[in-house]
Design a protein around this ligand. Structure first.
Ligand code: WQD
Length: 342
């Protein structure tokens, strides 16, 4: 059951004798992994989540403040929820590209408005460390397959634009009042660290393949005539536990580095094609995953891979999980859920 802002300020607050870490979106797929790792590292964690997609059962022992960041009327509660927090990991946001094209103003209101409210509350409460979930969507359709952080950022949809504006807000707050911020640009996040924390949404390749298998249909390949080795799109798939670990290290970096603001790709630096992913699903599940080819999906760049030397050198962080581990953990989490494939 959701615990309300009433929990904030209770004597329980500092039970670990340290200041809390606040995770917005901590009841969602990626956020819940960050929360679990933080708790296992001994941090006190406070989750802010509107539970529109998140699930209160995923936050473990963390305090949960149910609140819509984009609702300006909630600013006083948001500020109160940051009392006693040392840093914020900001993951809450809308993330469906197609929906963002249909409802651009709402995406800006949610993602940009949510970030603006969060920064207002952080400044008022004196919380000056922020790790922000950005996205490879800020790159749009880059000319080079492997993208470095310093290329021109040209997002091609309102979702990517809203993430880019979020990055600008972090930069501007750093200049204006000394916020210490890190923008983490996720590539294609997949997998599960625990069977109860699988991705519940069917919006990305691996869950979509599993959904088709559940429906006793063949997986779909959206276009096989791209200029890539096997004709299907190539992406940088990264395990959600590697993503969560990067957040822990980013927080540590904020404690020790003097740069006020920076952005880092979180990927593996390696590319995998749609066909290779679907074949791996066949290997780990033992199912026949021979796909059908369907038309290209609008707006898919042929290749998108993160250059990762910057994060590897600065954070001494490197992704640990390979494609098999990503697909195998996705499969196990799926099979532990309500749509078991038999
Ligand atoms: C991967 C590839 C599809 C389903 C999106 C967002 C991005 C980020 C991550 C974040 C593409 C192909 C898919 C299927 C297929 N969002 N595909 N058959 O598009 O790289 O990135 O999610 O928060 O901003 O744009 O990820 O998983 O949707 O697709 O062939 O059934 O798989 O065409 O080439 P994408 P994806």
């Amino acid at each position: 059951m959701a615990r309300s802002a009433g929990a904030v300020g209770s004597p329980e607050r500092n039970r670990l004798g340290a200041m809390a870490i606040c995770v917005t979106g901590g009841a969602g797929y990626i956020g819940a992994h960050v929360v679990r790792l933080l708790e296992r590292a001994g941090h006190q964690v406070r989750v802010i989540d509107d539970l529109s997609y998140g699930d209160a059962a995923r936050v473990g022992q963390a305090e949960l403040v149910q609140l819509d960041l984009a609702d300006t009327a909630e600013l006083p509660r948001l500020q109160a929820a940051l009392d006693g927090c040392r840093a914020v990991v900001h993951i809450a946001g809308r993330k469906q590209v197609g929906e963002s094209v249909e409802r651009p103003a709402w995406y800006y209101q949610q993602n940009v408005g949510g970030m603006a409210n969060l920064l207002l509350a952080m400044r008022a409460q004196g919380v000056d460390r922020l790790v922000f979930s950005s996205s490879a969507a800020v790159y749009g359709e880059p000319k080079t397959g492997q993208v470095r952080e310093d290329i021109d950022l040209r997002p091609i949809n309102p979702y990517g634009e809203s993430k880019l504006v979020g990055e600008w807000l972090v930069r501007d707050a750093a200049r204006a009042w000394g916020l210490r911020g890190v923008n983490l640009r996720y590539f294609n996040v997949a997998g599960a660290g625990w069977e109860d924390l699988g991705d519940p949404a069917v919006l990305n390749l691996i869950p979509m393949v599993l959904q088709r298998l559940y429906d006793r249909r063949r997986p779909a390949v959206f276009g096989d005539d791209y200029p890539t080795p096997d004709g299907t799109c190539v992406r940088d798939y990264i395990h959600v536990v590697d993503i969560a670990t990067a957040h822990m290290i980013a927080m540590d970096y904020l404690e020790r580095d003097s740069r006020p603001f920076d952005a880092f790709n979180i990927g593996t630096g390696a590319g995998t094609s749609v066909r290779q992913v679907i074949e791996m699903v066949g290997e780990v599940s033992g199912l026949d995953t021979a796909p059908v080819v369907e038309p290209r999906r609008a707006g898919d760049p042929p290749v998108l891979i993160g250059a990762v030397d910057r994060i590897e050198q600065t954070f001494e962080w490197k992704a640990q999980h390979d494609l098999r581990s990503i697909v195998d953990s996705s499969w196990r989490a799926w099979q532990a859920g309500p749509k078991r494939i038999v």
